[in-house]
Design a protein around this ligand. Structure first.
Ligand code: OOG
Ligand code: NI
Length: 313
């Protein structure tokens, strides 16, 4: 197996043998996501059904608690082990969050795969800056990450199984976190589960390959979008649905609905220096890469109460 730079890599062969171990794990993470989020599942099926299209994932996203080794690094290790490269950091001071994104290894993929069997996705991992939270919130987050013990070393496994690495919290603890940070409350009940997958609009073959058409198609089919954003350079266009909710049984036997995951759409336009390429010459690296704080700031709110109540209302 030969990479773009022309060398033979072990890394590449780790992805070549049929359905690789790495892809199996991504597949388990995706299966958890699809089983808990009927909207995401329906949208993936719907978009894929137009001209029998293949879906490429632009990225998968995860949330973590940035405290005592339970933050971004706990999950990033898995992706780094399989050849991903750490890229830029994004800061969200008002939400007390930071994020890092990771680009996939340059491995050839068989053109026949869809979703986790398509081109490897970017990975976006964020963390709550726990030290900056109120004492009450810190106390709850520290309690559960301590209960987790060395669970942080098995973050990818937890994500693939759909298990929390800590015990279920009390309802009042969830509510307490939700008052200060929807992100914290989400992470307490969802742990390392996939927060969203993102459909790569420009890699669709149907007319949905521009995000405006895709957004309209999603809304015409009865789904609500939460946000639409364009990066300042105009080259990264993103939109997302409102998260599904799931019934969650708390440790004190109270059952309540909690936000689960949503689905996102991204269109990456050609970088200016490549805009005269013919369509069949265009590769992903000719397009705008990375993420954008302004877009992300709104996308984070896809799991927030205000958004969820919009669907119920
Ligand atoms: C992540 C929100 C940001 C993006 O693509 O910029 C994001 C989250 O909700 O955890 O997904
Ligand atoms: Ni995203």
């Amino acid at each position: 197996v030969v990479s773009k730079s022309g060398e033979r890599t072990d890394e590449a062969s780790a992805f070549q043998e049929g359905k690789s171990f790495f892809r199996s794990i991504l597949g388990s993470m995706e299966a958890v996501y699809l089983s808990r989020n009927p909207t995401a599942k329906a949208i993936l099926e719907l978009v894929g059904s137009v001209n029998n299209d293949q879906i490429c994932y632009d990225h998968l996203a995860f949330r973590t608690f940035g405290v005592n080794g339970h933050g971004i690094d706990s999950l990033a290790r898995f992706f780094l082990d399989f050849g991903y490269t750490q890229r830029e950091e994004l800061k969200f001071p008002a939400k007390k969050l930071k994020a890092l994104w990771y680009s996939p290894p340059d491995v050839p993929h068989l053109d026949s795969g869809s979703c986790v069997n398509g081109p490897l996705p970017r990975i976006f991992i964020s963390e709550l800056l726990v030290d900056q939270m109120s004492p009450k919130t810190q106390e709850i987050v520290r309690k559960y990450t301590e209960i987790s013990g060395t669970g942080n070393k098995h973050a990818a496994l937890a994500s693939a199984l759909g298990s929390l690495t800590w015990e279920k919290p009390k309802h009042s603890e969830f509510e307490e976190l939700a008052r200060e940070s929807e992100y914290a409350a989400w992470t307490l009940v969802n742990g390392y589960a996939v927060n969203h997958v993102t459909i790569s609009a420009h890699r669709l073959k149907s007319h949905l390959r521009d995000i405006k058409s895709l957004d309209r198609f999603i809304e015409d089919n009865g789904f609500k979008l939460n946000s639409e954003g364009v990066s300042p350079d105009g080259l990264l266009l993103q939109s997302s649905t409102v998260a599904d909710t799931i019934s969650f049984q708390f440790s004190d036997n109270i059952t309540d609905s909690v936000p689960c995951s949503y689905i996102e759409f991204a269109e990456r336009l050609l970088l200016p220096q490549y805009k005269n390429l013919r369509e069949n010459e265009v590769k992903e690296f000719h397009r705008r890469d990375g993420f954008e704080v302004g877009n992300a700031d709104k996308i984070f709110e896809s799991t927030s109460k205000d958004q969820l109540s919009r669907i119920v209302a």
